[in-house]
Design a protein around this ligand. Structure first.
Ligand code: ADP
Ligand code: MG
Length: 370
């Protein structure tokens, strides 16, 4: 078991800063998910931690030890790759035992560890097979097993579910979470999939263009994104953004978008006053847009006219794409809502739940109350 710390860690490839002064503390036994779009520096960060990639500047700690110059094999970590990287000519048993044999572990101990890992993963019956005789999900388990037998201080996983079909991905997601609880070891998990991040992480670190955007629990990132990028990345379906100009309206302010105006949230008037006459970005999550008349009574709303564009029936809810002027906006509404494409409709935006951002810095202007 161990904590991990990145201290202003930078990695450049000619012309590209893949990871830009990453500072991140990962606590012992945490399930930390590094999430971001493709090319954001997730794998590079993980590979530097694993010792597979050189660090240009900054320091990486595993526990109290600076590991920049420690060989990968001496870092007490185990890594699971997207490709699984199994040896095709070896049996499942030998694939799992291989690393331990290299370490000259006693055969009895190797057998004990492989059997225990196989038991945890439910692959006892597959130990004699070759990788090509396994399904994708089974191969993925063997790759996990090979990491488990090492009994590492830190598990590193790079998009381990990407090659599985959707149903198996959801199932394996829960199994990896259970595995983390059972082993009680630090996990650092890389994915581009915000749903995986939200469902598995104790904390999430969001990367974009090699820069750390925000670190927090899944709920913290959802409720209080610190910038436009995090607000747009975390949450599925994604938040709707609008450009607006802040205009005085009696004692208060309104956010004027082409075609409609939304009253400024009362609790953020103080911060918004300095934006009077200037532009802001506001965001509304799909669940905070109601069909007018069906909104909860307790909330302050802004009425917005729209035209229904596409209706997706999900069974438990309806995803309703509407046009507000030229702009496509997504609302999540109740499953019994009677709407059809082409229909004119009144919407009610939950004003208290608006997210506000400075268009220059892209930083949040206050946060909606939870
Ligand atoms: P992610 O895992 O988030 O998709 P990576 O860490 O693999 O992103 O890559 C981050 C950036 O570094 C990308 O722009 C990528 O093209 C670049 N990069 C990664 N590895 C190399 C390499 N070996 N040589 C040159 N550029 C690289
Ligand atoms: Mg990657």
């Amino acid at each position: 078991m161990a904590s991990v710390r990145f201290e202003e860690v930078t990695r450049r490839y000619d012309g590209v800063v893949a990871v830009d002064e990453l500072s991140l503390q990962i606590e012992d036994q945490e399930f930390l998910v590094l999430v971001g779009p493709s090319g954001s520096g997730k794998s590079t960060s993980l590979r530097m931690l694993a010792g597979l990639e050189e660090v240009n500047s900054g320091r990486i700690y595993i526990g109290d030890r600076v590991v920049n110059n420690v060989a990968a094999k001496d870092r007490d970590i185990a890594m699971v790759f997207q490709s699984y990287a199994l040896y095709p000519h070896m049996s499942v048993y030998d694939n799992m035992a291989f690393g331990l044999k290299l370490r000259k572990m006693k055969p009895d101990e190797i057998r004990r560890r492989v059997e225990e890992a196989a038991h945890i993963l439910g692959i006892e019956d597959l130990l004699k097979r070759k990788p090509r005789q396994l399904s994708g999900g089974q191969r993925q388990r063997v790759a996990l097993g090979r990491a488990i037998v090492r009994d590492p201080a830190v598990f590193l996983l790079d998009e381990p579910l990407s090659n599985l079909d959707a149903k198996l991905r959801v199932q394996t997601r829960a199994e990896i979470s259970k595995l983390h609880q059972r082993l009680g070891t630090t996990f650092v998990y890389v994915t581009h999939d915000q749903t995986e991040a939200m469902t598995m992480a104790t904390r999430i670190a969001v990367l974009n263009h090699g820069k750390l955007q925000q670190v927090g629990t899944p709920q913290e990132l959802y409720d209080a994104p610190r910038n436009v990028f995090v607000a747009g990345f975390i949450g599925s379906p994604a938040i709707n953004f609008f450009d607006a100009t802040v205009k005085p309206d009696g004692e208060g302010l309104v956010l004027q978008h082409a075609g409609f105006a939304v009253p400024a949230p009362a609790d953020r008037l103080p911060q918004l006053r300095e934006y009077a006459g200037k532009r802001v970005i506001f965001g509304v999550r799909p669940e905070d847009i109601h069909v007018a008349g069906a909104e909860p009574e307790s909330i302050a709303t802004a009425k917005v006219d729209a035209t229904v564009d596409v209706v997706e029936l999900m069974g438990n809810e309806i995803l309703m794409y509407v046009l507000v002027g030229e702009k496509s906006v997504l609302a999540r509404v109740g499953p019994r809502t009677q709407v059809r494409p082409g229909q004119s409709i009144g919407l009610a935006f939950d004003v208290g739940r608006l997210y506000l951002f400075d268009p220059e810095t892209e930083l949040a202007i206050g946060q909606p109350r939870v």
